[in-house]
Design a protein around this ligand. Structure first.
Ligand code: NAD
Length: 470
């Protein structure tokens, strides 16, 4: 084990560190910490002619708001403690970005790479049926989403299974998020977590006071970034950083790690990996010692975007980044957190930084309940208003815009524009909230504690407003 603490214990430790700075009474703090419902299931599935018993979980951490929400991961590391930890992180994550859901998480203990698409579909559909049987899924009950090892494909199997078991339920589409757009998904969900990571770090880099405190120039341009994990979150975050002028100087994947101080082109690297099955050997890069070595490269921003516990007390001493953006859930052990803090490395916590996925999932759920695409009602209206403005400006100034300028000025919002702007606003407001708590007292040493203070206060207040304690 990479830490003395289990993953759930480390979330509890972070909670306990922040609790004294909140206004919430002890009994309610104990209730917030507890996992309300834990459903462990075992079910048989026939794979390659043989019956396999599959172990799976769904944990609902807090019912202070409904539905509860959280991803489903497919990994051999899935266990009850991990799912409980991830479910509780979801409660705090939703609270920090003002998404009105309680936290939940699910997991199936399988290595998805070892199964055919047909078998994965059978396992996913059977898991959904188990959730339906126990009333652990539904648009007003519990709404899963993708996580490590799952994506839009699995979500579409889930919605289809749910639909067939609950025929005629008008809001059935809202039983899961992260669906393909053709199956009720929202434009912008695929890249949402990576984009949220980018918006969160960009806001910090534009914060001149904080950057001065960390001994860095403000702005993202030219910043050196290292990414671990080129999956949904890591790839998208890397792409947005690169497009904003940052240099990707190191990448770590399952099979090894590589570095190039002059910058690695992420799309070319992805194409290379697809063709060769590995990032190692990509033109212009150096192969590093092993698959964690890139974490120790000198850089401005390190983005662990693969799994938990990848920075522990052994390698924490060797980390040379100035900012660590926790794109994955729980990538730093509690022991490593202490070491990094002492070294003056600023950790931007997972519960804030990777909340882009749940934020856009919330937009998708709202779209499903309203049964209308974002932008459908207002696009033409905005365009006609914008046309009138443009015509007035031309008349007043006597200058004519080019056709290209005109079409840019007039264009009304598409669904993706609205989703991106809602996400950016969310990440900026949450950053400001965390920052103001962090800067308020010297005793609140780090951003993680500040984020927990903000979340615990919100969840606690919700419980107090419920007011029913039998
Ligand atoms: P994913 O399965 O798409 O990608 C994970 C990537 O990490 C893969 O490319 C995999 O090969 C790589 N990887 C695995 N082990 C590795 C190792 N030892 N070293 C380097 N790379 C390794 O998963 P994802 O959805 O991108 O999730 C990544 C992390 O982000 C997880 O911790 C997840 O809980 C968290 N997260 C995901 C979302 C989301 O919307 N997908 C939202 C919030 C948080």
């Amino acid at each position: 084990m990479a830490s003395h603490y289990s993953f759930f214990e480390s979330v509890e430790r972070n909670f306990d560190k922040a609790a004294p700075f909140t206004k919430i009474e002890k009994g309610i703090l104990n209730q917030i910490k507890a996992c309300n419902s834990v459903y462990r299931m075992k079910f048989p599935v026939r794979v390659n002619g043989k019956i396999e018993v599959i172990e799976a979980y769904r944990v609902q951490h807090s019912h202070h708001k409904l539905p509860v929400k959280g991803g489903i991961r497919y990994s051999m590391d899935v266990n009850q403690d991990e799912v409980m930890a991830l479910a509780s992180l979801m409660t705090f994550k939703c609270a920090i970005v003002n998404v009105p859901f309680g936290g939940a998480k699910g997991g199936i203990k399988i290595d998805p790479r070892k199964y055919s698409e047909y078998d994965l579909e059978k396992i996913t559909r059977r898991y959904t049926a188990e959730l339906v049987k126990k009333n652990f899924i539904g648009p007003g009950i519990d709404v899963p989403a993708p996580d490590y090892g799952t994506g839009a494909r699995e979500m579409s199997w889930i919605v289809d299974t749910y639909n067939s078991l609950r025929p005629g339920e008008v809001d059935a589409m809202g039983c899961v998020t992260g669906k393909p757009v053709t199956q009720g998904g929202v434009r912008g969900r695929t890249e949402a977590t990576g984009l949220g990571v980018f918006y969160g770090i960009k806001e910090m880099c534009n914060d001149a006071d904080v950057m001065k405190m960390l001994g860095m120039e403000a702005g993202l341009d030219g910043k050196k970034v290292v990414i671990q994990g080129l999956g949904n979150v890591g790839y998208n975050a890397a792409k947005f950083f690169q497009d904003a002028g940052a240099l990707i100087v190191g990448v770590a994947e399952y099979e090894g790690s590589i570095a190039d101080a002059s910058g690695i082109n992420i799309d070319k690297l992805m194409a290379y990996r697809k063709k060769n099955g590995s990032i190692v050997g990509f033109k212009g890069t150096n192969k590093l010692k092993d698959n964690t070595a890139a974490l120790e490269l000198p850089c401005d921003i390190l983005i662990p975007a693969a799994l938990e516990n990848v920075i522990d007390k052994k390698n924490a001493k060797r980390i040379k980044a100035k900012i660590i953006g926790e794109a994955a859930n729980g990538p730093i052990t509690p022991e490593a957190d202490v070491i990094l803090n002492k070294k003056g490395i600023c950790v931007v916590p997972d519960m804030f930084l990777n909340a882009g996925g749940v934020t856009v999932s919330y937009f998708e759920w709202l779209k499903n309940l309203s049964h209308v695409r974002y932008g459908r009602m207002e696009k033409r209206y905005s365009e006609s208003t914008n046309s009138k403005f443009v015509a007035s400006i031309e008349k007043m100034t006597g200058q004519k815009f080019s056709a290209k300028q005109k079409s840019r000025l007039i264009q009304g919002p598409e669904e993706a524009d609205l989703v991106y702007s809602g996400l950016e606003d969310t990440m900026i407001s949450s950053y400001d909230e965390i920052r103001s708590i962090w800067m308020r007292s010297k005793r609140i040493e780090d951003m993680r504690t500040a984020a927990f203070v903000a979340s615990i206060n919100k969840v606690g207040l919700s419980y107090m407003e419920l007011g029913i304690f039998p």
